[in-house]
Design a binder for this molecule. Structure first.
Ligand code: PRX
Length: 647
């Protein structure tokens, strides 16, 4: 069997929303007449005041301005819950699957409504109103979904902080978005371990510059005893019991902010990517429906955490706007055993599974344990997101999880794009393992060379998007100039993604990875600058340079070159201490895999570190180092090669 191309089976396509002819026709109309196309698509939502303006966007230098449906009014929470109630009050919205397989329960749309409305009223009673920011630092439980939707209901702007982040990361984000309230839980459970969420929040709130928080709302999750600061902490369950289950949704303008989500860039502090209400929700809902071919009655499971954009668009807003039934999973794919994903699929009869290549590679490494105890016959469609999926992992996912019958949607997108941009559609697109294939409706990708010239035909270059789409981020919170600088300054009049890609003779896109100093560790985005600043904050570190190197399971792992302060005694203990230091300062995801102590780093005469060389040495590809003649001290390189850690 040819393993490089998987055509769409005609019988499969017949039962899908879109076949190839329809894809081509819809794609063409979305590009030729975006105003009309998106005017029509906007109708998938319920609007309080219908829009008359559709697209009003500019990528012009000095005037980056993105507005969609700007005179329309709506409420995102109403669209995700209330409008489904006449028909779906008793339909299951959320199927909770706990970290321990024994913990599961279901929530109907009516129950979802009541919980969200109570929490919304609770937030109001704490003085939160339209336009205020609320930080959310939660386990992956139904209450995290309630928290996001409760904010949307009252017009508060949520900023979810991934439950694996450190107190410092929490504090930085609270300060940046000026959050008034933080919603958390006693502890999170993940893979049989607990994470002290409330204690981390307490530490964050104790920092002198964290002054905006008036209350900390605490859910019970594990039931652990946690310290209580009675002037700030409020028990979420008690508060919700005191208020009515009825809270009118706030009237929001389409361009009012819905959320801020922090993500790493190539320089400086993480940036607060801001998404607004109308265009984002139209795009999340439409992509979810078409890409996963979602139909009423399907059980859908996106295994991402709500701390990431995938959790925002494809756990909360997309599926719920479409009235879906979905699994909310607190755990990890390998706990209590490598069969967990397949077991959960069988248990809840999941039809659509959306996960990440790193999870697949972790299961692959366990041999046949992932599929030996389950049959996964309910599955119809698979999805992949977060990083390029290597053909071996693709084939394993296809054969062993999908029983050779479920097409894999390899979805390329970013925090900034709000929704999926390049992807197959199940009934329309023949698959090539490793390729994200073709653009979604309304998306105009292009490849450019280093001068910004658009390349035609089969080519390799930097991936840009030539025009706006409704789900696009509007700004970086509080720093529109950085928004313009980061995404619109490299190439005039285009959105620069930061990714490199190849386009083949069939027009399929193959994403090759970041071309900037952003790393992708297990599908999680980290800036080298953030990790370096955590390293140099350690008293024994004089200088640090961080690069990524290929890793079998994580995709990419962190290789840190570190120059010690003079007189430091190097030891295993110090190396371990430094790894833990970064872990605590940033997050376990940011822990360097390898720490290479070195007396010097390869620098140009003007003092710039030549990362190109460091990347090659880390990848154990030092034969082709390229030109090293501009180095101030070329002998540094020989020492680095000699002592390289990835042999
Ligand atoms: O490099 C691309 C990679 O993940 C980056 C975006 O990361 P983040 O904003 O955290 O969002 C991740 C989830 C949408 C991109 O710039 N990436 C994401 N999906 C893919 C991918 N690379 C290759 N193939 C994908 N399917």
């Amino acid at each position: 069997m040819d393993q490089s191309y998987f055509a769409v089976e005609s019988q499969f396509a017949e039962n899908c929303l879109v076949d190839n002819d329809k894809y081509l026709e819809m794609y063409q109309s979305s590009i030729e007449n975006p105003q009309q196309f998106w005017a029509e698509q906007g109708k998938r939502l319920d609007w309080i005041k219908p829009y008359t303006q559709i697209k009003n966007t500019s990528y012009a230098p000095g005037d980056i301005s993105i507005k969609w449906y700007e005179d329309g009014q709506l409420n995102a929470c109403y669209n995700c819950i209330d409008r489904h109630l006449p028909e779906k009050a008793n339909q299951i919205a959320l199927i909770f699957e706990g970290d321990e397989p024994s913990q599961s329960y279901s929530i109907t749309y009516q129950q979802l409504h009541d919980n969200v409305a109570r929490l919304a009223n609770g937030l109001k009673s704490l003085g939160v109103s339209k336009g205020d920011s609320v930080a959310i630092y939660m386990p992956m439980v139904c209450e995290a979904v309630y928290a996001m939707l409760a904010c949307a209901r009252i017009g508060a702007v949520h900023s979810v902080i991934f439950g694996g982040f450190s107190p410092k990361a929490i504090a930085d984000r609270i300060v940046n978005c000026n959050a008034k309230v933080i919603i958390t839980a006693d502890e999170a459970r993940r893979g049989g371990k607990t994470v002290p969420l409330k204690a981390n929040v307490d530490e964050a709130l104790s920092r002198d510059d964290v002054t905006s928080i008036t209350n900390c709302l605490v859910f019970k999750n594990t039931g652990a005893q946690v310290a209580v600061n009675s002037s700030v902490d409020v028990c979420a369950e008690e508060l919700m019991a005191k208020v009515p289950a009825d809270c009118p949704p706030e009237v929001m303008n389409a361009e009012d902010p819905l959320f801020i989500l922090y993500t790493s860039g190539s320089t400086g502090q993480p940036k607060g990517v801001m998404h607004t209400t109308g265009g984002y929700l139209v795009y999340a809902s439409m992509t979810h429906e078409y890409i996963f071919d979602y139909k009423a009655g399907d059980v859908y499971w996106c295994a991402a955490d709500v701390g990431w954009i995938t959790g925002h668009s494809y756990v909360v807003y997309g599926p719920l706007a479409n009235g879906a039934t979905q699994v909310i999973f607190e755990g990890v794919p390998t706990y209590p055993s490598a069969s967990r994903i397949g077991d959960v699929v069988d248990k809840h009869q999941v039809n659509i599974l959306y996960t990440a290549p790193t999870a697949i590679r972790a299961l692959m490494a366990k041999g046949d344990k992932a599929y030996a105890t389950n049959n996964r016959n309910s599955l119809r469609i698979l999805g992949s997101v977060g990083e390029p999926i290597n053909p071996e992992a693709w084939a394993w996912y296809y054969q062993n999880i999908g029983n050779g019958q479920c097409p894999i949607m390899d979805t390329w997108w970013q925090t900034e794009t709000g929704g999926i941009m390049i992807t197959p559609l199940p009934g329309a697109t023949g698959l090539k393992p490793g390729s994200a294939t073709r653009p979604f409706f309304g998306v105009k990708p292009a490849l450019v060379d280093s001068e910004g010239q658009i390349l035609s035909g089969a080519a390799s270059g930097n991936l840009v998007i030539l025009d706006s789409w409704p789900g696009q981020a509007r700004t970086i919170y509080g720093d529109h100039q950085r928004f313009e600088q980061t995404y619109f300054s490299a190439y005039k009049n285009m959105y620069f993604t930061g990714d490199g890609a190849r386009r083949d003779e069939d027009g399929y896109y193959w994403i090759t990875g970041r071309v900037d100093d952003v790393l992708n560790i297990s599908g999680h985005r980290l800036g080298t600058a953030e990790i370096e600043s955590a390293l140099v904050a350690h008293p024994s570190v004089a200088e640090a340079a961080v690069v990524g190197f290929p890793h079998d399971i994580k995709g990419q792992a962190i290789y840190a070159y570190v120059t010690p302060v003079e007189g430091t005694e190097l030891s295993e203990t110090l190396t371990t201490e430094l790894r833990n230091w970064v872990r605590t300062d940033l997050s376990p995801i940011a822990t360097p895999e390898l720490i290479h102590w070195t007396a010097g780093l390869p620098k140009t005469r003007s003092g710039k570190i030549m990362r190109r060389i460091l990347r090659k040495i880390a990848a154990n590809e030092f034969e082709q180092l390229g030109d090293t003649s501009t180095l101030a001290d070329p002998s540094v390189v020989d020492a680095l090669i000699e002592n390289r850690l990835n042999k």
